[in-house]
Structure formats: C-alpha cells, structure tokens
Design a protein around this ligand. Structure first.
Ligand code: KIV
Length: 272
C-alpha cells in the first residue's frame, strides 16, 4: 500500500522514526563521493550511507576490512559537501571500535567532527553494546547493523544468508531489542530470512532497514553502484538493477576511442 508522503526539508533521525510511525517506507542508498552524493540526494533519497563497502567499490578490496578511519572521513566529508536533504550515516570501519568503548567514542567523534556526518553505523549486537552506549551518551546517533555483518566475514566464512538456524535467529531478535533499548535510532538487517526480518521490525519501534531482508521491514538500502549496474560481477538475488551503466559506459568509452582515432572528435564546433 502506498502512503502519502510528508515533506521533509531535511531528514533527521526523528524524521525516520516518524516515517515508521506513519507507515512511510525509508529509502537509503550508499555514496562515497561528492558527485554521486549530489545525485542520490537530489533524487530525494532519505538516507545516504557512507558505507565501508567503499573498501570494495572504490578501492577494489575483496572485503570491507582494509578501509581506515581516515579514508572513511575523506569519503564522508566529500558526501556531506553535496547534500541538502538526506541524513548522512557513516560506517565506523573495522578496527575503529571493537577494542574498547573509549576507542569507539574517539573514532565516532572524529567522524562527526572531521566529516560533518550526522550519525554513525556499527556492526554487531551484545558484543559492542558498551561501545554503542558510550557513543550515544556523547550525543552521537547510532544505527545498528545485524545479520550478515561483513566486517566479521572471516568468522562466518561465506556471504550466505544468516540466522536461518533457530539459535542465531533468537540471538538476533535479542540484539535488536538491546539496540532499541540502548537508544539506537535505526537498525540495518542484512541478508536474513524475510519472515525473521518482519518479526524484528514489528518488535521494535525504531525503523528497520533491510538489504536482502524482504519487504516486511521499514525501508530498504542498496549499494548505489550495484543498483545502477556500474558493477556487474555481483548478482545476489536481492539486488534489483535499475540501469546497466557498466554496458552503457563501456559503449560510450568505446565510441569515444573510435572518434578520437578517426579524428571525428573534436569537431569544428568543439574547439576554439
Ligand atoms: O557498507 C555498506 O554499504 C553497508 C550496506 C550494505 C548496508 O553496510
């Protein structure tokens, strides 16, 4: 069912909770640079995630683990300069919050001060509870992230669907309640069964944003480069491609090459 959209001049963490209350779904996409963020924001996307997926998408690493706090701050500050409306959430990268709450707070403060982002996202449940609380106490909004948490890929061994087994599903539900109680403003659920995701979304009052978590949640997030088809080797079932930019860009660049070689470019009109 589509719901009349209330106009939000600027999306805040409070707007997201209102959207859930009003039954309006939340749209979230990634951006890592100024030019892309301008398009994502201009399209009316509610939340821009400066994801640590920048490690894969921008830097070509196999996992999200290598990206550093300095690199995340660089990406996030480029995004923040472009936006007028969206809420900008920045991932705390692997190694910047796992060792202790003080270090987690220092990392979150650096992101807020040096990038101008509006909130941070952290992967994990009870194991990072103290760090989440410490950051929240400093007035920094935190988005949780449960299910497939790519920073733990070497613990999982694969990128397959999480929480199919009862024990993991129970733990995930407990973690979601803990995140809400601690004061997180939203939770990302990645790659878990749709039924479980819906149960979680119905059990908490904060918005639950899914990626590969079905339609029964409060919003959806995709990696922009995947949904516009700039990447083409990653084809999970949950991904809907709205464009095939890989092919379109390749064709455009081939044409440019041919035009340069043939002398067709530049024409008389394209010179001074
Ligand atoms: O880093 C990222 O892009 C993410 C999304 C997949 C949720 O965490």
């Amino acid at each position: 069912m589509s719901v009349a959209k209330k106009e939000y001049k600027r999306v805040t963490v409070k707007s997201l909770v209102d959207m859930k209350k009003n039954g309006e779904k939340i749209s979230m996409l990634t951006a890592y640079d100024y030019t892309m963020a301008k398009i994502v924001d201009g399209a009316g996307t509610d939340v821009i995630l400066v994801g640590d997926s920048a490690s894969n998408v921008m830097a070509g690493h196999e996992t999200t683990l290598p990206i550093t706090l300095d690199q995340m701050i660089y990406h996030a500050s480029s995004v923040v300069r472009a936006i007028h409306r969206a809420l900008v959430v920045v991932d705390l990268p692997f190694g910047s919050y796992q060792s202790d709450p003080k270090e987690a707070l220092r990392s979150a403060i650096r992101i807020m001060k040096e990038s101008g982002g509006h909130a941070v996202k952290m992967e994990g449940g009870k194991e990072v509870k103290d760090s989440i609380k410490r950051i929240l106490h400093a007035g920094i909004p935190v988005m949780g992230h449960l299910g497939l948490t790519p920073q733990s890929i070497y613990k999982f061994g694969t990128y397959t669907v999480r929480a199919k087994e009862e024990q993991e599903a129970v733990q995930l539900k407990e973690d979601a309640l803990m995140l809400e109680k601690a004061g997180c403003f939203a939770i990302v659920l990645e790659k878990i069964p749709a039924k479980l995701a819906q149960e979680v979304a119905e059990s908490v009052s904060i918005p639950v944003i899914g990626i590969g978590a079905g339609a029964g949640v409060d919003g959806q997030v995709l990696v922009t480069h995947d949904m516009i088809g700039m990447t083409h080797e990653f084809n999970p079932r949950f991904l809907r491609r709205y464009m095939n930019l890989y092919e379109d860009m390749t064709n455009a660049m081939k044409q440019y090459g041919e035009d340069v070689k043939s002398g067709d470019f530049p024409s008389d009109k394209e010179q001074y």
